[in-house]
Write a protein that binds this ligand. Sequence first.
Ligand code: ADP
Length: 500
Amino acid sequence: MTTNPTRTNLNERLDSIRRDLLTMNQMVSDRIDEVTTALLERDVGKADQLITDDDNIDLIAQGVEDTCIDTLIREQPVAGDLRAIIAALHMNSDIERNGDLTTNIAKAVGRMQGSKPEDRIRDLILRMAEQAKILTIESGKAYEHLDEELAAKIDSMDDVLDDLHRTYIQTVINSARHGELEAHETLQLAMIGRFYERIGDHAENVGERIRYIVTGWTPENAGAERARARAAAEGTSIERSDLDAPNTGRGLAIIDSIAEERRIDATRRDFVANVSHELKTPIGAISLLAETLADAGPDDDRDRLTRHLNREVKRVESIIDDLLELTRLEEFEPERELLSVDELVHQAVDVARGLADARGIELAIVGVPSGTHVNGERRQITRAMVNLIDNAIRYSESESQVTVSVDEITDAVDVSVADSGVGIARPELERIFERFYRVDPARSRETGGTGLGLSIVRHVADNHDGKVVVESKVGSGTTFTIQFPTTQPGENDAPPASDA
Ligand code: ADP
């Protein structure tokens, strides 16, 4: 009898990778329960324990990655075995990320400072946690038994979690609007919801990797299939000549996309770090001012301290308000109605008027009445316009002029906001739409900026199939133009909006 030592080695390595991944997945599943209990029972001690324990998952993940790479190099697997290892590398990072997400929830427990959200929010947290756990367990089972049918069902299980998450975010936002939640609680609760939802996304990825192991299926294959079917139905041909050729680059492309996922994760981590950093400064100032006020004697200038305190509180409120707005813009489609552009511009200018007066800036409107209409959400569009006008005022010298103009072009309308202020240098123009990016952080803070205004503008434009462009010259001024597709009254079903 002959045995093949290489094959034995390969099988042993594959087994050990699979065992480790299943162990990690089980650990994540347990952690979902534990962290949810800690969250609902406000058990900060338990949450701290979970944060430390996450290192155990990281340790296994590190081992799996090493084994996978070692196996690729030493055993040079082909066909199904190669697929199994490539998929394992992916699953390893998905499961490890889910460990991190449970840690993020545990960290939020500490930051919630023992507050107790209302029952409806607690109930939704519990339901999201249950669904995230189901997704984790079922994806584990599908991997253990290489059950392609079960793996294909994970997608719809994740839809359930996505629906729960949407309801949850709406509930949190409503509670915040009704003043039932403090600003910091709202932010933490919004982030917690997002963490559960992301766990579902990673479990869905695991399902996709299993289908790849068993049949070679990938979301890209499925997309290509659909494109082929469409082309066949339309009698057209698909331009890419190699679509039917065996895809020899597949393994490499998948390793590339791991790098892409890491990049996205890093961006997300940066964002959370940025939010924490942005809030830390004003919150630090608030606690210092509050202490000073408490100890202030009768001769001290209590009014000045109180004014300063209020300004810092306002700053925290603005940051949270803008963050919630960004979440809403990402989560929900605009609630469209037929809107008069002239009316929107007047509304936005009215909102910005106070700031313009305070800074001695003249606000002029040109090109109105234009008689144009757009199909969009009033709140979103006015907010975008107000952000642009506010910026024009804040980055101009007093006594100057800011002009808002409306120009109708074919099938679209341009609303431009022009100032003769400080201007923006060319290299910065590419970055100003990033969250928290500021050319001059001191000026932005001093004038009450959050660094999120232009991200909101860009999101609103995207959500309405529009665009935003900027032209600027340092020292001469800046013009931002936001463009929306126009609609003729009667062109769609939405009734004209009243003068609400
Ligand atoms: P902020 O709250 O800091 O104003 P934004 O996202 O609205 O944040 O803008 C990002 C950055 O772009 C600002 O910090 C500022 O440096 C620059 N900027 C925006 N609008 C103008 C403008 N009209 N003139 C000059 N610089 C501007």
